[in-house]
Design a protein around this ligand. Structure first.
Ligand code: C2E
Ligand code: MG
Ligand code: MG
Length: 708
């Protein structure tokens, strides 16, 4: 899996920190402005409140003045009537003091009341004069004047009324009995009444004005408050809201991105393991609710490690992306495709409930993946193995589904068939493999590895030229097992070192025995794994066998596969190979045509023999393309000056074709199967016979063989 770049991580953490910081700053600055706006608005509200108080106070003073003036007016009318009544009563000489007295008292009481009201009015006017709004107003000179005049006239009237009341009965009779009341009435009423009514009307008008003023000022202040609110929301809150909205949108987008990242495989854009698990859980939930089944496929790339190690991670990444696209092309939109890690992909197929349908889908996926991809001017061959299972037929819960799909995949990989949909037999095989793996650890120490020998012969004469050593495992219970049964179990372990050491030692001992018996076994090829070509270990194994058994280096040969070219330590491998060749040991390129060798590698790599893979030999007589490829390979070997060997020859037709194509050496069941050292030894000619046979070998092949 591609490691996340440090830059990418910084960018993400900035992405997280940045927006929060800027909004925080913005809110802080808005907060300051907001405080100012609140202070201004509070002041405006207080001003409005005070204005209302002052206006109401003024209004209430004016109301009291009006009320008191009206009362004074009424009392004045009563006084005028009482005084006139007293004057008229004075005309009657028989009227006793018993009647007159109370009338006089009423007049005095009325005068007192009017005086009291006058001083109360005086006080009210003073208070009104102190009112703030009143002071702001223009002074109402007209009513001041009118009041002064009225007061003077009223005072005069009251004095006259007091005089009339206080005069003696005779005095009154003489002076006021006839004209008096009329005279008094004219003097008192007409002017005073007019002035009183003017004053009451003015007072009323003034109070209306003061209400209007209060309305005006309050409206103005309320307008200011409204303006402050509008300004605050326009310049403070609207931008803040906008910013917060944007921020929210950004956060949502960011969260969406994060969620997506958390559920997506960064390299391929497919779902990752966690979203795969989620989808799997949902499908099991659906199964429980509605009974709808589904299927699962597990895809694993073949030889991905070689590509990744040999050509580098960019090549590995390109392959993974190719596989992702191939799966997307093959599967439906509703299928869940995920990369679980490394080169492992998984697919959930809702609605596919039978193994045959699933197998068809898997076959299509295999085909889509198998299309080669170009990478840096070369074509990478990609292939995959797929395991699959159907729910609920094969599994009823997540854990067992994962286990059996894994098992099916493992079976597909082991059996070299591209697709395996789970079945019970696969489980049994897997259990057996597990047991084998355990026993394999001890096999080398228990000396359970045995070597069988398959001869290499001259294709023209059939003369014995050498052997290939092929390992077998003598399992205590299962008997003799071929490498295909146990070597895949060694992948990724150190066990192959111990096994190779055992094979080389055995071959050394067998060679020694054959030679001691006067036989001519020819060179014995050992299949040497890559790990032993890197470093000294492989070389030392051979050196040990040569030394311990008194052999020649030429008694051995080495077979390596094309994959070594992709190894990261190709330099060390080259050095080891060069050392072998210095000792005269022949190097054979095994399984040629199935790996990654390019012509450049072939040109530069120091090898002696090119071994055509048996899959091509198998096509002889059946497949014209295989035949053409074989001919091309033979030409290639000849033109590079290498010996050509064909493996897997089973028929005479194949032998003849290869011989005619110009191939020198052959190996296969047609000549002999791999056999134990004892049986193989029986086939060997004595040294003298070997010499005679060599003389009979065709001159052309002799020339080629002589290059060894
Ligand atoms: P290989 O090196 O290509 O060996 C040739 C394989 O072809 C052998 O299979 C041999 O038994 C088989 N074979 C030979 N002639 C015929 C034929 O006419 N028809 C058919 N169908 N097969 C034929 P085997 O012994 O099962 O070995 C398989 C592979 O295991 C070898 O392929 C080699 O890659 C590996 N191997 C075997 N022994 C060793 C060993 O000691 N060390 C290492 N590292 N790998 C080994
Ligand atoms: Mg071989
Ligand atoms: Mg081979």
């Amino acid at each position: 899996m591609r490691a996340r770049q440090p830059d990418e991580m910084i960018e993400r953490s900035e992405l997280l920190a940045k927006p929060r910081q800027s909004v925080e700053q913005y809110i802080r600055s808005i907060g300051r402005h907001y405080l100012n706006a609140v202070i201004v608005m509070t002041m405006l509200i207080a001003a409005t409140y005070l204005t209302m108080l002052v206006a109401l106070d003024r209004h209430s003073l004016q109301q009291k003045i009006s009320f008191l003036t009206s009362n004074q007016y009424i009392r004045f009318q009563q006084l005028a009537n009482q005084t006139r009544a007293l004057m008229r009563a004075s005309t009657d000489p028989n009227l006793t003091e018993y009647i007159i007295g109370p009338m006089r008292d009423d007049i005095h009481r009325a005068i007192g009341d009017i005086h009291a009201m006058g001083s109360e009015l005086q006080e009210l006017h003073q208070s009104l004069g102190g009112n703030l709004l009143e002071r702001l107003n223009r002074r109402d000179e007209l009513s001041v004047q009118l009041r002064l005049e009225l007061n003077a006239r009223l005072q005069d009237f009251l004095e006259r009324a007091a005089r009339i009341a206080d005069a003696s009965t005779e005095d009154r009779r003489e002076r006021y009995s006839f004209w008096g009341p009329i005279d008094f009435a004219v003097a008192a009423d007409s002017m005073l009444i007019r002035q009183f009514s003017d004053l009451i009307r003015y007072g009323h008008d003034r109070s209306g004005v003061s209400i209007d003023h209060a309305k005006l000022i309050t409206t103005g202040l309320l307008g200011l408050i409204a303006a402050a609110v509008i300004l605050a929301s326009t310049f403070l809150f609207s931008p803040l809201l906008k910013k917060l909205r944007n921020e929210h949108r950004r956060t949502m987008a960011f969260e969406k991105q994060l969620t997506q990242l958390a559920h997506t495989d960064a390299l391929t854009g497919l779902n990752n393991r966690s979203s795969f698990n989620l989808a799997l859980g949902n499908l099991f939930g659906e199964l429980e609710r509605t009974g709808t089944g589904f299927s699962m496929l597990l895809v694993d790339l073949d030889r991905f490690k070689s590509i990744n190690d040999g050509l580098g991670h960019p090549a590995g990444d390109a392959v993974l992306r190719h596989v992702a696209r191939a799966l997307q092309r093959t599967l439906r939109m509703s299928d869940v495709i995920a990369r679980l890690g490394g080169d492992e992909f998984a697919v959930l197929l809702p609605g596919i409930g039978d193994a045959a349908a699933l197998e068809a889908v898997a076959a299509r996926a295999i085909e889509a993946i198998a299309a080669g991809i170009s990478f840096e001017e070369r074509t990478l061959e990609v292939s995959a193995s797929i395991g699959g299972a159907v729910v609920p037929d094969h599994a009823a819960d997540e854990a067992s589904l994962m286990r059996i799909v894994d098992l099916a995949l493992y079976t597909a990989k082991g059996s070299r068939s591209a697709t395996v949909i789970f079945d019970e037999a696969a489980l049994a095989r897997r259990l057996e493999q597990n047991q084998l793996s355990l026993a394999l650890v001890l096999a080398a120490d228990r000396r359970e590895f045995v070597v069988h020998y398959q001869p290499k012969v001259d294709l023209t004469t059939g003369a014995h030229l050498g052997f290939e050593a092929l390992v077998r495992w003598q399992h205590p219970e299962l008997g003799l097992l071929p490498p295909g049964r146990f070597m895949p179990l060694m992948e990724g372990t150190q066990l192959i070192r111990g096994m190779t050491r055992a094979v080389i030692a055995t071959v050394g001992r067998d060679l020694k025995a054959w030679k001691a018996a006067g036989l001519a076994p020819g060179p014995v090829s050992i299949n040497l794994p890559e790990v032993l070509l890197v470093g000294q270990e492989g070389y030392e194994m051979f050196a040990g066998a040569v030394r311990d058994n008194g052999l020649e280096w030429e008694d051995f040969a080495v077979e390596i596969t094309e994959d070594v070219f992709l190894n990261r330590s190709a330099d060390q491998i080259l050095a080891t190979v060069a050392r072998f060749r210095q000792h005269g040991l022949s190097i054979s390129l095994d399984d040629f045509g199935t790996g990654f060798a390019s012509l450049v590698h072939l040109r530069d790599f120091p090898f002696d023999e090119l071994k055509i893979d048996r899959s091509f030999v198998d096509g002889i007589g059946k497949d014209a393309r295989s035949e053409q490829i074989i001919q091309a390979m033979v030409h290639l070997a000849q033109s590079l000056g290498k010996r050509c060997v064909a493996e897997g020859i089973e028929t005479e037709e194949q032998r003849r074709f290869l011989m005619e194509a110009g191939c020198d050496v052959g190996q296969g069941y047609h000549f002999a199967r791999p056999e134990s050292a004892a049986l193989a030894g029986q086939r060997l000619p004595g040294r003298a016979a070997a010499g005679r046979r060599a003389a009979k070998t065709s001159p052309a092949s002799l020339r080629r063989i002589a290059r060894r």
